[in-house]
Ligand binder design. Structure first.
Ligand SMILES: Cc1cc2nc3c(=O)[nH]c(=O)nc-3n(C[C@H](O)[C@H](O)[C@H](O)COP(=O)(O)OP(=O)(O)OC[C@H]3O[C@@H](n4cnc5c(N)ncnc54)[C@H](O)[C@@H]3O)c2cc1C
Length: 462
């Protein structure tokens, strides 16, 4: 991602010099709050504004709601999460708190993982050693960053991981954050709330999010192409369906979208915000899903499978999802990004080869009915999730600062402890909506209509 978007810069500079070039509706606002992007953050923001009985317009570039947490039910005939699937920290997760009214089925994820060592099942002793390596790594990442200069998270790994080194590096890097650990800030990782006690939604996490948006009015396939945020008293947003003028706006596009030329900002985004977005660039996690009925791999329902890897050419399998024949393989980090850049076939070929190594040569046949989701290639997302570069642990705070007192950023990247999650994106959207409502005088500081915040544990609290 380029730190400074030349097109925005030039357009913005021209606009400042020749002010009348900017189309600004000086009259009354169309809505109180415009919300750009109908992923978790945008949906939470719209619900919050609607709950405060203020008007909003929620616009989405893509053809469906959910963003990186979207479900498809047509491809395999069962709910298939295209992105987020694990419902982290269900006890404090605001989507779970809102779920009972949807009637959808949320159930606990199995605690156990499966391990393959070459073509065989890992022995109990190997699995124990692998789990112990995970616990030691988690502790090392949480503790070692305290009070020291920020370093690549890779440097904090225990030195004696031996046979588990590559698998642990994959799990804590490409699989969790889409980036290799040598490119990730140890501070950022240490600050993240541990993601445990996971749950699944039988109708898909995306199904849950879609249901939570069902009372909202969303304009789909309507991308914002220009945002003017410092003329007049509000924000003007250009879309294919005409200009929208709002008293305040919340922008939830990913950090890679912010740094691209998808949206022209007038005036351009300040360097401070652009730098912050660039330092929070998205990692890469792409997915190959397939339908494999009859459980020929002999795995459990919702079985999470890793291998004792020899290097970065590895992946993770989630099998028999929700008791169906749906399986998903996630490939990430630098290796996954380079593979995905070559196209769907390269990803499918690798996954076929990987499965054959784990379950025998016929495993490749599993991919006869497969589907690839390349998040890197989605023009309105451009990657998986944000992970801070080394030395950039303040970038999330910078993105929380509103521009001109009227344009707020929201989304997973704008959450200091729950970044890279759906619940973090949701909380960030909620928070931005409350800040905008306060600014509009629709919410007082001590307003009793704030949704209750549950206490979440941070790493190192105990
Ligand atoms: C493969 C994968 C697996 C993941 N697994 C998990 C998991 O198991 N659990 C978990 O909690 N999290 C997971 N995540 C992360 C999680 O999906 C994200 O953190 C979260 O969904 C981000 O929500 P958001 O609202 O911040 O952004 P998004 O979901 O990206 O929403 C932003 C929306 O803005 C739209 N947009 C962009 N530009 C414009 C524009 N110009 N005009 C209008 N609309 C625009 C986009 O189309 C998008 O819909 C995963 C992510 C990926 C990619």
């Amino acid at each position: 991602m380029s730190p400074l978007n030349r097109r925005s810069f030039l357009a913005g500079s021209a606009a400042l010099v020749a002010a009348p070039a900017v189309r600004v509706k000086a009259a009354t606002a169309d809505v109180d709050v415009a919300i750009i992007g109908a992923g978790a953050a945008g949906i939470a923001a719209a619900r919050r504004v609607a709950a405060a009985k203020r008007s909003y317009r929620l616009i989405e570039a893509g053809p469906r709601v959910g963003g990186r947490c979207a479900v498809d039910t047509k491809i395999f005939g069962v709910p298939f999460d295209l992105g987020a699937h694990w419902i982290h920290n269900p006890d404090s997760n605001p989507l779970v708190a809102a779920a009972p009214k949807t009637g959808l089925d949320i159930y606990g994820a199995p605690r156990a993982q499966s391990l393959r060592v070459g073509p065989r099942r890992g022995r109990d002793s190997e699995l124990e050693a692998f789990l112990a390596a995970q616990v030691r790594t988690q502790r090392a990442l949480a503790d070692s960053a305290k009070g020291k200069a920020d370093v690549p998270a890779q440097r904090l790994l225990p030195k004696d991981l031996l046979d588990w080194q590559a698998t642990i590096e994959f799990m804590f890097g490409p699989y969790a954050f889409g980036k290799d650990l040598n490119a990730v800030s140890a501070y950022d990782v240490a600050r993240a709330v541990p993601r445990d006690g996971d749950a699944f939604c039988r109708q898909g996490y995306g199904g849950l999010l879609t249901r939570l948006a069902s009372d909202l009015s969303v304009q789909l396939s309507n991308p914002a192409s220009m945002i003017s945020w410092s003329h007049g008293s509000g924000v003007t947003i250009e879309t294919p369906r005409g200009d929208l003028y709002a008293r305040a706006a919340i922008l939830t596009g990913s950090t890679n979208v912010l740094g691209s030329d998808k949206i022209e900002f007038i005036p351009p985004l300040p360097k401070r915000q652009l730098d912050a977005a660039a330092k929070l660039s998205l990692g890469s996690v792409n997915r190959v899903a397939f339908d494999l009925p009859g459980n020929p791999f002999g795995l459990q329902q919702d079985d999470s499978v890793f291998e004792q890897a020899a290097g970065t050419r590895t992946a993770a399998l989630l099998a028999n999802i929700g008791g169906t024949g749906l399986h998903m393989v996630d490939v990430g980090g630098n290796f996954g990004r380079e593979l995905a850049a070559k196209g769907d076939a390269a990803l499918t070929d690798f996954v076929g080869e990987w499965l054959s190594g784990l379950f025998g040569s016929s495993a490749r046949n599993a991919l006869k009915r497969s589907h690839v989701v390349r998040w890197d290639a989605d023009p309105f997302v451009q990657g998986a999730m944000s992970a801070a570069a080394v030395g950039a642990s303040d970038a999330r705070k910078i993105l929380m600062e509103p521009l001109g007192g009227r344009l707020w950023f929201a989304g997973e990247a704008v959450h200091e402890t729950q970044w890279a999650t759906v619940n973090g994106a949701w909380e960030s959207g909620n928070r931005a909506a409350e800040a905008a409502l306060r600014k509009l005088g629709a919410l007082k500081e001590d307003a009793g209509d704030k949704p209750a915040r549950r206490k979440t544990r941070r790493r190192g609290d105990d």
